[in-house]
Write a protein that binds this ligand. Structure first.
Ligand code: HGY
Ligand code: MN
Ligand code: MN
Length: 438
C-alpha cells in the first residue's frame, strides 16, 4: 500500500485540526479549496437551509458567483460572466490575448448534494492560478478558470447546458426548456440579468482554448481501495437518459377487481426491476439506474393511471450502452402490453463516451508522479463537463479520492491532504505544459 511522503508540518496539522488558519496552509494548498467548498455548502449558497441544492440561475447560484468572483480576483484574475452565466476568471499569459488553458468544473449541484462535486474542481483552478500569481510567474499561455452554471441538469431536463454552450452553442429548443415551475431557460437567463439573444457569444472561437483540465472527486471507490489520494482519468463513460411513461387507467382501489386493472404504478415498478436486472446481468461496466419515479396518484385508494420512470444507462462504450437501452425498451414494451397499458419511451439525452487526450493524460500522469504519487489511470463512470469541452479542445482530468466513493450525497467527504496533492499536481501539470511548448 502506497504511503504519503513525510512532509507534513506539525503547525499545518494543528491548523487543519483547528480548521481556522487558512493562509498557514498555503504550502499545503489543500485547506483553502476545501474550506471554500465548505463555505459554499450552506445558505445563501443553497436554495435550501436543510440540505445543499444550488440549481442553475437561482439566487444561490448568484450568491456563489459573487463570492467566487472575489476569490478569482484575489488570485490575480480578471473576471467576467458569459451570456450563459458561466463565471470566467482569466490570468493573462506573457502576451495578452494568448490562447488559454481552461481549468474548470461545475458550480451547480444535485439536490441534497455533497459540497465537493464540481465546486472542488473550480476551487483547485483558483488555487493553481493563485500559486503562479503569488510567485509573479506568467506563462506562454493564459489560464482561465471557469465555473459552469449547469452540469447536473437539476433544474432543466438537460445537463451540461453551460459547457455545451461554450463548445457548440445553445439551441432554440434548449432556450425553450422549462423547469418544474414552467419557467423557460430564456426567462431564467433574463431573470438572472442576462440576454438570451446573446447566448451564441458564449461559444469559444477556434484557437482561443489551448486545452481543458478538470479536477473532480472520483465519486467511486477505486482510489480509496488502493490508498491513493489522486488519480488520472483516461476517459469518461457514454451515458443515455431515457424517460418511460406507462399510461393505464386510474381507478377505485376498492371496487376494481385485480384482473380488470391497468395499474400504471405497478407497471412502473416492474419496469424499474427490469432496468436493474438487465444492467446487473450485462457487461461488467454497464450500469443502469432509475433515479426518479413519478406517478399520477398520491393516495391510498387510487389505482394510478400514469407512472413515469427516469432511466440513466452508462457503459464505457456506446454499443454496449445502446444495446442495453434497446433491451430495456423491449422489456418495458412487453410489460405494458401484458398489462394492457401504453408506453411512451423517450430518449432525453445522449452523451457519447469521451476519451481524454493521450498527450495531456501522459503529462497529467507525470505531474501526479512529480508530487510523489504513483499515476493510477482509471475510467470515469460519472459524466463531466470535459465531455462537452472535448468538442473544441483536448481534455485531461484529475481525480481526487473521496471517502467511501460516496457522492450525490451530503456525506461526501475529501481530505485537505488529498486536495493538497491535487493542487500541487495541477501546478506541476501547468509547468509540464509550459515545458512542452504550445
Ligand atoms: O451524472 C453524472 O455523472 C454527473 O454527476 N452529472
Ligand atoms: Mn454530480
Ligand atoms: Mn460533477
Amino acid at each position: 500500500m502506497w504511503e504519503p511522503p513525510l512532509f507534513r508540518r506539525p503547525d499545518v496539522m494543528d491548523a487543519i485540526v483547528a480548521r481556522q488558519v487558512m493562509d498557514l496552509l498555503i504550502p499545503d494548498m489543500g485547506l483553502r479549496p476545501v474550506a471554500r467548498c465548505d463555505a459554499l455548502g450552506a445558505a445563501p449558497y443553497s436554495e435550501s437551509s436543510a440540505f445543499l441544492l444550488r440549481p442553475y440561475l437561482t439566487a444561490s447560484h448568484r450568491h456563489a458567483l459573487d463570492l467566487l468572483s472575489d476569490w478569482m480576483t484575489e488570485a490575480g484574475m480578471s473576471v467576467r460572466l458569459d451570456p450563459m452565466g458561466n463565471l470566467i476568471g482569466r490570468y493573462e499569459g506573457l502576451t495578452p490575448g494568448a490562447p488559454a488553458l481552461l481549468i474548470g468544473s461545475h458550480i451547480d449541484t444535485v439536490p441534497d448534494s455533497g459540497r465537493y462535486d464540481g465546486a472542488l474542481g473550480v476551487m483547485l483552478g483558483v488555487e493553481c492560478v493563485a500559486a503562479f500569481s503569488r510567485a509573479g510567474r506568467r506563462l506562454p499561455f493564459a489560464i482561465e478558470v471557469i465555473a459552469f452554471g449547469d452540469e447536473e441538469g437539476s433544474r432543466f431536463p438537460a445537463s451540461m447546458l453551460c459547457s455545451k454552450a461554450i463548445a457548440s452553442g445553445v439551441s432554440a429548443e434548449a432556450l425553450a426548456l422549462t423547469d418544474q415551475n414552467g419557467v423557460t431557460l430564456a426567462q431564467s437567463l433574463e431573470a438572472f440579468g442576462l440576454d438570451p439573444s446573446r447566448v451564441a457569444e458564449a461559444v469559444r472561437r477556434p484557437g482561443e482554448v489551448l486545452a481543458y483540465v478538470e479536477a473532480h472527486i472520483e465519486q467511486g471507490p477505486v482510489l480509496e481501495s488502493e490508498g491513493l489520494p489522486i488519480g488520472v482519468v483516461t476517459g469518461i463513460a457514454a451515458q443515455l437518459r431515457l424517460r418511460a411513461k406507462f399510461v393505464g387507467t386510474a381507478g377505485h382501489a376498492g371496487t376494481t377487481p385485480m384482473n380488470l386493472r391497468a395499474d400504471a404504478l405497478a407497471a412502473g415498478a416492474a419496469g424499474v426491476l427490469a432496468v436493474e436486472r438487465i444492467c446487473r446481468d450485462g457487461a461488467q461496466d454497464l450500469v443502469g439506474t432509475v433515479g426518479k419515479f413519478q406517478t399520477s396518484t398520491s393516495a391510498f385508494n387510487v389505482i394510478a393511471g400514469e407512472a413515469e420512470i427516469f432511466i440513466d444507462v452508462r457503459a464505457s462504450d456506446r454499443d454496449t450502452r445502446n444495446a442495453a437501452a434497446e433491451h430495456i425498451r423491449q422489456e418495458l414494451e412487453g410489460i405494458a402490453e401484458a398489462r394492457g397499458l401504453s408506453l411512451e419511451f423517450v430518449q432525453v439525452q445522449d452523451l457519447p463516451g469521451c476519451p481524454c487526450d493521450p498527450e495531456l493524460t501522459r503529462l497529467m500522469g507525470e505531474a501526479v508522479e512529480d508530487v510523489g504519487v504513483p499515476a493510477r489511470m482509471l475510467m470515469s463512470g460519472a459524466g463531466h463537463d470535459a465531455m462537452a469541452v472535448a468538442r473544441i479542445a483536448p481534455v485531461a482530468m484529475l481525480f481526487i479520492r473521496c471517502e467511501g466513493g460516496v457522492s450525490h450525497n451530503s456525506a461526501e467527504q475529501v481530505t485537505y491532504e488529498d486536495t493538497g496533492f491535487a493542487a500541487r499536481a495541477m501546478v506541476a501539470f501547468v509547468e509540464r505544459l509550459e515545458a512542452r511548448g504550445l
